[in-house]
Design a protein around this ligand. Structure first.
Ligand SMILES: *Cc1c(COP(=O)(O)O)cnc(C)c1O
Length: 443
């Protein structure tokens, strides 16, 4: 397949740099966006829009990228389920040797549905674990609980004693390191709700060690999401390794360090080369403080594994001009992909079939918006798009992470279908929600 770029003067999205997932194939007038070897228009016709499409090959490449970059360090990639929790993707990831980072009993149940043996690779994070969720995780025999407060430690000790099951734990420490990212997804500062201040951790470990059914074996951190500068990751790891030295001096047998997730991707000017380099630099930053420590490293990437592997396919419904502003109304909305509305996030938008300007087309700066009754329902504002006409199909790129997992039924819209592509094959991994699905639990 040839990999070319959208060559409109105004649209600089270099799609040829986004393999293996989304590339243009075919000649001239027949040029069409593919996911691997499958033409996206075919999928849109067959399954309707809005439609999430994921590339299995891209997911494999990203996991392999982590495994290669961390090859010199004993480690496990524990994919963060909340980024995209579709069972078929979890099954694919389990097959690649991934463990899982879960933040709720529901996510744990998803992993158990993939296979009860997958529990052995589960890290359970979250500030609000309930007794029922703890019991579920204890019975499943998960790898480690990331405990986020003194009160949680007490409750976990009680539940473990009642079930006579040892809980392996790490305390999630808050390193007070600033990660330059959106305030909603920065988590490692003193004033955040997550973890316990690193200065108080030693005392808490002492308490944990005194509990019969708690086994403190690790230390964990997670400083935020969509972090593109690797420096804060390195600084955090230095602080954590220093704490581990103290804990070992206190007589604790700490053998795991959990670095959390948070490695960002480039939503603009993305390329496979940049992606690989960023994973390598991330690995260097984390591994340097770990040298000679004999610790097993747990990694919890979510976005870095699935974001670029997914796109949301949508159909343009109408074009209109209001108050001198050009709007393109599409059939996907903030209930399908909330990142632009919630974080002001940027997603590249490209046509499935690039076309030349004509009578029915609009081009240039426009707002791409959904049908939902909220002014905040948009995918792009003042975005330079190539010529596009109502009826055209568009791909909203890099939508594989925090897209479907944050989708809702707002405005009584059934959630989109999801398709997984692998080479020439395409498989529906979640069917579109019908009206009956949406109202099923109501009286
Ligand atoms: C959300 C989250 C992750 C994953 O973050 P990404 O930015 O998607 O890599 C990992 N660990 C914890 C504890 C999280 O809350």
């Amino acid at each position: 397949m040839t990999q070319r770029q959208v060559s409109s003067r105004k649209n600089k999205v270099r799609i040829e740099e986004r393999p293996p997932a989304f590339v243009y194939g075919g000649k001239r007038a027949a040029r069409a966006l593919h996911c691997e070897q499958v033409e996206l228009t075919t999928l849109a016709r067959r399954h309707g829009t809005p439609l999430y499409v994921y590339s299995a090959t891209a997911i494999r490449a990203n996991v392999l990228g982590f495994q290669k970059a961390f090859a010199s360090q004993s480690h496990t990639v524990c994919y963060s389920v909340k980024a995209n929790s579709n069972l078929s993707l979890l099954r694919l990831l389990a097959g690649l040797g991934c463990g899982f980072d879960v933040v709720s009993g529901g996510e744990l149940q998803r992993v158990l549905a993939v296979g009860p043996e997958a529990a052995a690779g589960v890290v359970y994070s979250g500030v609000g674990k309930t007794a029922a969720e703890m019991d579920l995780a204890l019975k499943a025999g998960i790898l480690i609980f990331n405990v986020e407060s003194a009160a949680e430690l007490e409750l976990l000790a009680t539940r473990a004693a009642r079930l006579k099951k040892t809980a392996r734990i790490a305390i999630r420490v808050n390193p007070d390191v600033e990660a330059k990212t959106h305030p909603y997804i920065s988590t490692g500062l003193r004033q955040h709700k997550f973890g316990v201040p690193i200065s108080q951790a030693r005392e808490l470990y002492r308490r944990a060690a005194a509990k019969q059914w708690l086994d403190p074996i690790g230390v964990s951190v997670h400083i935020g999401s969509q972090i593109t500068d690797v420096k804060p990751f390195g600084e955090t790891m230095e602080r954590v390794v220093k704490l581990i030295r103290q804990l070992r001096a206190d007589g604790l047998n700490i053998s795991f360090v959990d670095a959390g997730g948070g490695l960002g991707i480039r939503y603009q000017n993305a390329s496979a080369t940049v992606r690989e380099r960023s994973i390598r630099q991330y690995a260097q930053a984390l591994m340097k403080p770990l040298r000679g420590s004999e610790l097993h490293l747990l990694l919890e990437p979510g976005r870095a594994i699935v974001a670029a592997a997914g796109a949301l396919i949508t159909r343009a419904l109408y074009a209109k001009e209001n108050g001198g502003k050009q709007f393109l109304i599409v059939d996907a909305a903030m209930n399908d992909l909330i990142r632009p509305s919630l974080y002001g996030a940027h997603h590249e938008i490209v046509p499935l079939h690039p076309r030349v300007a004509g009578k029915k087309t609009v081009e240039g700066a426009m707002d791409v918006v959904g049908p939902i009754c909220e002014t905040g329902d948009f995918f792009a504002r003042e975005r330079e798009l190539p010529p596009v006409a109502p009826g055209d199909l568009l791909a909203i790129l890099d939508a594989g992470a925090y897209g479907m997992s944050l989708a809702s039924n707002y405005n009584t819209r059934g959630r989109a279908a999801e398709v997984l592509v692998d080479g020439k094959k395409a498989q529906v991994i979640r069917r579109r929600e019908s009206f009956e699905d949406v109202v099923r639990l109501e009286k």
